[in-house]
Ligand binder design. Sequence first.
Ligand code: GH3
Ligand code: MG
Ligand code: MG
Ligand code: MG
Length: 322
Amino acid sequence: ELRQREESGRKLGLLDGGARLNGGGGRVLIVDDHERQAERIAAELRIEHRPVVEHDLDKALLTARGPVDLVIINAASRSFDGLRFAAQVRSTEQGRTVPILAVVDADDRPRMVKALEIGVNDLLPRPVDPQELAARVRTQVRRKRYTDFLRNRLDQSLEMAVTDPLTGLHNRRYMTSQAEALVARAARGGDAVSALLLDIDHFKSINDTFGHDVGDEVLVEFAVRLATNVRAIDLPCRYGGEEFVVIMPGASMTDAERVAERIRLHVSAAPFTVRDGRSIPVTISIGVAATLGEGDTPEALMKRADQALYEAKTTGRNRVVA
Ligand code: GH3
Ligand code: MG
Ligand code: MG
Ligand code: MG
């Protein structure tokens, strides 16, 4: 019956559409060992939401850590400790932000205070009034939707702050922060770190001949060939313009040189095909550097890679210099 109701709600666009933004369609977990009371609340909520009743506290804790919009706990039960359960939910990473509504006896002031102290978001006095229940649940579900929305947006902007929009590779800022930590560790006597600095040869003439948009396509295709020819633990990044860097944790100079040569070959072996069907031969030059141990810095590492790259450029391009 519930499924049918959900089905028709979805068809009407109530659950996935407008109702969602209004605080409807909420995934509500009801934790209560009092079966009849739990069912009564669930029945009320089914009109607008998707309630699930759980009597077993261990199972309920697992569910509360999942995708749930609201947890309703019975904090008035003599037979199980709803508030302790609320505290347990709050003590987990995933349960920290889920709204909790506590059912308490209307005249039990001390419990109300205790519930609020634990971090319950709202109280539902017993006997439960259906309209009050609907209003309080809707408010909490709406709030949860909004905080989820804000959190997703924050995640997205953090992601954007470390990603190059054209190629999807990490950007220079991210590379710098990672290199900082890795080189510091190498300088304390930890594993060596290597860096490749890669620069597309005569890229300006690709732009001049085929246009800037085709130049962009070449950069994207290069990023694909780069990313698919490094190890999973390596960090390929767009350093700026047509320059790229790969930070290689744990790689010796010899390891890094081998990878650099593989990348160089994969770029020169087959011309880049762009959208308009043209084939563009592309070559790259690569400078390789490895950490020297104690006292080394990321700046010094990159400077050595840059000097090697310069040598690759001046000695004929399409080559690796270590
Ligand atoms: P070299 O072999 O010495 O590296 O020559 P080059 O032409 O590749 O080097 P140069 O530094 O003279 O030119 C780099 C060009 O890259 C100039 C710049 O307009 C172009 N460029 C930088 N960023 C982008 C971008 O995002 N898209 C496109 N299409 N071009 C870019
Ligand atoms: Mg240049
Ligand atoms: Mg170049
Ligand atoms: Mg350049």
